[in-house]
Design a protein around this ligand. Structure first.
Ligand code: SAM
Length: 248
């Protein structure tokens, strides 16, 4: 039985599965984590990759039982749990892949940010709107918290779009696959914590002049900086990073 609340849309287009695996293989890795294997559309290919340590996280008990029966190689490799509550599955660097459940896309990205010290690459299918937000640049209507937080730490690539018909059942929205790879150099910032606080506060009132949106975080003197005449959506990732240094 299909569980809508779990965002279950299973890939039936083998060509799309191949394209995802290909995008994954462009960056070598030794350990892999799949989020939401579901019916195993991707898993069956991932298990064939040579010399890769594999784990996956699936919340739906019915799917876990089915996967174990169908792919005996998955024994002890399935974590039957909510991905949002799992501990980092490997202590050494690992890659993340998934046709993600769309209802928790942002939380998945925040989890990846938590683990960023160990995450090598992420290749993931998202609802198209979320994928667009992740890769958006300043000035774009969809540029926001996700864009800035992810792009501060990862290079982002919008790889390809996927039509509703590639899934069973077809979702109401279009999808897109993106890839994140850790940046070589992360912009200088006072601390990650202050960066996160600043970005979230700035975008919580994205239509306000920045000076008003973030005034609780700065002294009146610091707020003289003319950059505060702008709105959050006009600032680059580097602007935000620089502005952490004058925070209270
Ligand atoms: N990978 C499969 C495919 O491409 O056909 C399934 C993708 S489906 C969009 C999302 C999968 O994530 C489902 O199998 C669903 O049960 C699982 N899922 C949903 N919420 C989850 C969560 N919080 N933690 C782990 N898995 C979850």
């Amino acid at each position: 039985t299909l569980k809508k609340s779990l965002g279950q849309h299973f890939l039936k287009d083998e060509n799309i599965c191949h394209k995802i695996v290909q995008a994954l293989q462009e960056h070598p890795f030794q350990r892999l984590l799949e989020v939401g294997p579901g019916g195993g559309a991707l898993t069956k290919y991932l298990l064939q990759l040579p010399d890769i340590e594999f784990k996956c996280v699936e919340l739906d008990e019915e799917k876990v039982t089915w996967l174990l029966k169908t792919y005996p190689a998955l024994q002890s490799k399935i974590i039957h749990q909510d991905f949002l509550t799992v501990d980092q599955p490997y202590s050494e660097p690992f890659t993340v892949v998934g046709n993600f459940p769309y209802n928790i896309s942002s939380q998945i990205l925040f989890k990846v940010l938590d683990w960023k010290a160990s995450v090598q690459v992420v290749v993931g299918m998202f609802q198209k709107e979320v994928a667009q937000r992740v890769v958006a640049g300043e000035g774009s209507k969809v540029y926001g918290i996700l864009s800035v937080l992810v792009q501060a730490f990862f290079d982002v690539e919008y790889l390809f779009e996927v039509s509703e018909n590639a899934f069973n059942p077809p979702p109401k929205v279009k999808s897109a696959v993106i890839r994140l790879t850790p940046r070589q150099t992360i912009p200088d910032m006072k601390s990650e914590r202050s960066f996160f606080v600043l970005v979230k506060t700035a975008f919580n009132q994205r239509r306000k002049m920045l000076r008003n949106a973030v005034k609780s975080l700065y002294t009146p003197e610091a707020l003289q900086d003319p950059i505060f005449d702008k709105r959050a959506e006009q600032l680059t990732v580097n602007d935000f990073a620089r502005l952490t240094f004058t925070m209270k």
